[in-house]
Design a protein around this ligand. Sequence first.
Ligand SMILES: NC(=O)c1ccc[n+]([C@@H]2O[C@H](COP(=O)([O-])OP(=O)(O)OC[C@H]3O[C@@H](n4cnc5c(N)ncnc54)[C@H](O)[C@@H]3O)[C@@H](O)[C@H]2O)c1
Length: 353
Amino acid sequence: MNNPVVAVVGCGRIARDAHFPAFEKIGNVRVKYACDLIEEKAQIMKDKYAFVENVITDYKIALADPEVEVVFVLTPNFAHYTVTMDALRAGKHVMCEKPVTVSYDLSVEMAEEAKKQGKILNIGVCNRYQASVVKLEEMIRNGEFGNLYHVVCSFRACRSIPGLGGAFTTKSQSGGGVLIDWGIHFLDLILYILGGAKLKTLTCDAYSEIGKDMKSYKYKSMWAEDTADVENGTNDVDDFICGHVRTDKASITFNGAWAQNLDKGEMYVDFLGDKKGARLTYCKQFELFDGETLETVNTDHELPNFYQLEDADFFKSIRTGEKNRNNIDNILESMKLLDYLYKSAEEKREIAL
Ligand SMILES: NC(=O)c1ccc[n+]([C@@H]2O[C@H](COP(=O)([O-])OP(=O)(O)OC[C@H]3O[C@@H](n4cnc5c(N)ncnc54)[C@H](O)[C@@H]3O)[C@@H](O)[C@H]2O)c1
């Protein structure tokens, strides 16, 4: 079965590090257009991969081409909405990077447009394809944890504000800071592993302390530094976040930091059941604690490339018409969660949904 003909819009980090290498591994993928506003970035992909056919700077050229079946939207968050809506209306299937876009309302519109056009719209919550996440989800679904009553989640780094002053730290372009950028990965996979948990109540606090004075911000390295603009840019997003969520399954406490005055990189999710518990070391392995034997078992999963699995399953979904785990319909609850956490932080109160 041939893979669909692809156009890639946005040839930055996630295109370069994840999706183009995934296409190469999947094999038999034609990227008819690599598109970026900065032509050289698309050209670099064409120079590297023989399967890239054309370089463009205006994605509408790709949308007008009837041979293109699929558009990968790999732009900054705010552009996800416009490019995805245009692509769906042009009759293309879309794989759009996470988060869906900058707000829940716009995410719902995107889901409705996909339904109206009868097209598949998937979102790049790639961790749902991690081997450890797949295994944990299966064990919990099979009742092996007993009553899974609580989840503790931490996604904290010491100094990791991306591209300070650029798109990542400008709320109108990103939708928020560490919560929407890293939190979407963690909180989405918790709702997913819990079996599609539905929200009941939540409360959240958000801070922007470490990067508030952009010019005096100290760091050892800055990812997305090419997008930084500490002289004239904006930083109006959260660099620390914490909260508590009640769902119809388990309750969840979480904290996350792009930056903090502690050199502790804490990236884990603890699942606490009355029979078993597990610490998922962010999407790598998990250790399993058995409440009967009081033994801890370290899992040792093979770690296949999850972007490859994600993209291959998207291509399969297009061919079969079956919505898979990363379909927009299965991500909206996570977007709702982010929106209401920001609302709770802004209004400094608990919210019932
Ligand atoms: N799934 C993951 O693990 C993961 C990891 C990193 C980033 N992401 C997501 O991927 C997206 C991109 O992040 P990134 O780090 O690659 O950013 P980036 O800034 O490196 O790349 C974005 C590219 O999009 C281009 N672009 C912007 N608007 C465009 C338009 N209208 N037409 C064509 N090109 C356009 C920019 O010129 C830039 O080259 C973000 O939404 C981010 O949240 C996901």
